[in-house]
Design a protein around this ligand. Structure first.
Ligand code: ZN
Length: 664
């Protein structure tokens, strides 16, 4: 049997201290058969060494950890508080390696000491999960670590570490140890985070990134001697040298090209002597923000999969290797820390308060307590971060060229979109989490709406139910309560609803169209209309802040000369065009310009403030105190609404003409 440098090498029986002429391949690549018996894999060798070389051993260990937790696990494991003997053990291993090298058994170092290093540094997580070879790989690299099933030996389905005999043959013991630990770190990340895939190269299992740097530096620091210098020169590259001139003459190196690796490929590491190192400050900053917090977080957050917000506005679980790297992303923890949602950092550029909240925590994880922040509000926040806005679109409630909000209560559409409700929840989220930009966006949207088709009582409940709202929101509510349609905006939104939307709420919309014409403030509708009154009063009883704000709104309305209509003889809650004829109207100060638009109470018929004219009877006969449109079909209700509107338009025009005549 002759030496073939093209083949991976293992030690032969007649070992020598000079070079590796005695190394022989255990398998023949060309002929595909085995040399028997394998001299190095002798039964008298320790079992762990034989298993390192056994290409039949199966081990599918995949810890399923994120690379951040895998890093934190090792750093935590090697903390003197948890492994007080780790430093002494590693130094003994280095001493042993030096002794073996001096005895001319340098090639034994890797096989003999792998198991001890695994137990000491990696908490035995590599046991049986690694296959190791030593073979010629040219002068440039220390070796290579291959992901599962992609090593040079096609029979091996485990992770493969292949050390380069061209640079290890004459290395000192501690240099071999440093190189072996380097490749064991690569192997550890493959086992902790699962096999490498072609799409996940950037994740860093086999690269010399932050995770590798933190672990290697932690191990190197274990070997710091009295003078403050580490014994092991463990780092990004290596200090191994190619064989000397004597070796080059002695050997035919043509076979080294067989496993020569000139660049990083997706399934293997590329480990040259010189690798650009990372600043220690960056490494520690990343570790403290991304890794260390995981030690106190639940198992689910440590996993190798994470939720992201996809283009369908849904949460989707993806491998972390396919998501934005941890140094460029932040995570919200939800569902009692049972899941996390990853968001790229660049999406927070316009949300400085959110970035500041993360910075304040000095962590890339923020717990979102869903008992205080509803999940739908959280999803809306994600939509805002990813798209710059959120649904529903306000076009349907803004009106064209009209004055903005607060909106006028138009009617309640069953099953309609929640415009105000969504924005109030976003406001609350901003308050709860201290996200000022979110509050600003929500308030801008609230003020942009001029028509309300939601249940205003439920909206107010969301505002006041948890605690007293902030002054800005209370001011908005007071303006909302005082809001009444202007004459030129009497039909804001009410006519823009579309016939299709006027199904169940058709009668209400018709009623509100008429009441809007009368300029009824929202507060009076809440206090008088049957569908709101009881619940609104109950809410006032429950929420002192709302009660106060209602009183203030009433005061301000009164200061503007607007007072609620006296109780109707038909009872409270009779509103809109179905109301009975109103009694004679009381004069109102004409000097108040607002009075022209605000008019008198709902159900009082059309009037002109300041003019002692009696309310003109509506064309519809008085209805009992039930919802008057219940018995109407959709078509007839719409017709009736249009008819009432035409009549009221005529009356409004006539009344204004009369007022003008009186002035002149
Ligand atoms: Zn490497």
């Amino acid at each position: 049997m002759t030496y073939n440098a093209a083949l991976p090498l293992v030690r032969y029986n007649n070992e020598s201290a000079v070079g590796f002429p005695q190394l022989q391949s255990p398998w023949d690549l060309e002929q595909g058969h085995w040399y028997e018996p394998d001299p190095y894999n002798h039964p008298r060798r320790p079992l762990h060494i034989r298993r390192l070389q056994d290409d039949q051993v199966k081990c599918e260990r995949n810890l399923g950890w994120s690379i951040e937790y895998a890093t934190a696990f090792i750093v935590n494991h090697l903390d003197p508080a948890h492994s007080p003997d780790a430093a002494a053990t590693l130094k003994r291993i280095c001493t042993r390696a030096s002794q073996l090298a001096r005895d001319g058994r340098g090639v034994d170092v890797a096989y003999d000491l792998f198991n001890q290093l695994n137990q000491c540094l990696f908490a035995d997580r590599l046991r049986d999960a690694v296959y190791m070879e030593i073979g010629p790989m040219g002068p440039d690299i220390s070796g290579a670590t291959f992901t599962h099933g992609h090593g040079p030996n096609p029979r091996v389905k485990r992770v493969t570490i292949m050390l380069n005999s061209d640079v290890h043959g004459r290395a000192r013991g501690k240099e071999v140890i440093a190189s072996l630990i380097h490749h064991m770190i690569h192997a550890y990340f493959l086992i902790a985070c699962g096999p490498q895939t072609e799409e996940e190269v950037e994740y860093g299992r086999l690269s010399h990134g932050l995770a590798f740097a933190k672990v290697s530096r932690t191990i190197k620091n274990l070997t710091i001697a009295r003078g403050g210098r580490p014994i092991l020169r463990l780092g990004f590259g290596h200090v191994l040298s190619p064989r000397n001139h004597y070796y080059d003459e002695y050997h035919d190196h043509t076979g080294s090209e067989q496993f020569k690796i000139e660049k990083e490929d997706w399934y293997q590491s590329y480990c040259p002597a010189h690798v650009l190192s990372l600043p220690v400050g960056d490494m520690d900053k990343w570790y403290n923000a991304a890794c260390a917090p995981l030690l106190d977080l639940p198992k689910a957050i440590r996993e190798n999969k994470v939720l992201i917000f996809n283009k369908r506005n849904e949460l989707e679980k993806v491998p972390r290797g396919k998501a934005t790297p941890s140094n460029s992303s932040l995570e919200f923890l939800i569902d009692k820390k049972s899941a996390s949602v990853l968001v790229p950092k660049k999406l927070f550029e316009d949300f400085l308060s959110i970035k500041a909240a993360f910075d304040k925590k000095k962590s890339r994880y923020m717990d979102i307590k869903l008992d205080k922040v509803p999940k739908d509000a959280f999803m809306t926040l994600l939509e805002l971060l990813h798209t710059g806005s959120y649904s529903p679109d306000l076009a349907a409630v803004m009106g064209e060229g009209r004055m903005g909000g607060p909106p006028v209560i138009k009617g309640v559409r069953s099953g309609g979109k929640e415009y105000l409700g969504t924005d109030v929840r976003m406001w609350n989220l901003g308050v709860e989490l201290g996200f000022d930009e979110v509050k600003s966006v929500a308030m801008d949207r609230l003020r942009a709406q001029c028509a309300c088709y939601e249940d205003p009582v439920e909206v107010l409940r969301d505002v006041y139910k948890e605690k007293d709202p902030e002054p800005e929101m209370r001011q908005y509510v007071k303006e909302f309560l005082m809001r009444a349609p202007m004459p030129e905006g009497a039909y804001d939104g009410a006519l823009g609803v579309g016939a299709a939307a006027l199904t169940m709420g058709m009668g209400m919309a018709a009623a509100n169209g008429a009441s809007a014409l009368a300029g009824t403030p929202n507060l009076w509708k809440l206090q008088q209309e049957l569908c709101f009154r009881e619940r609104f009063l109950d809410l006032m009883d429950q929420c002192g802040a709302l009660h106060i704000d209602v009183l203030k709104a009433e005061e301000m309305l009164a200061a503007q000369g607007r007072t609620p209509s006296p109780p109707s003889r038909y009872g409270v809650g009779v509103v809109g065009p179905y109301s009975p004829p109103a009694p004679a109207l009381l004069p109102t100060a004409l000097s108040n310009p607002l009075s022209l638009s605000m008019g008198m109470g709902v159900g009082m018929g059309m009037s002109v403030p300041g003019l002692p004219v009696a309310g003109v009877p509506l064309p519809v006969a008085p209805r009992p105190l039930t919802i008057p449109w219940t018995g109407l079909s959709a078509g007839s209700a719409l017709d009736e609404y249009e008819r009432v509107r035409e009549i009221q338009e005529e009356r409004a025009l006539a009344a204004q003409m009369s007022a003008m005549e009186m002035l002149y």
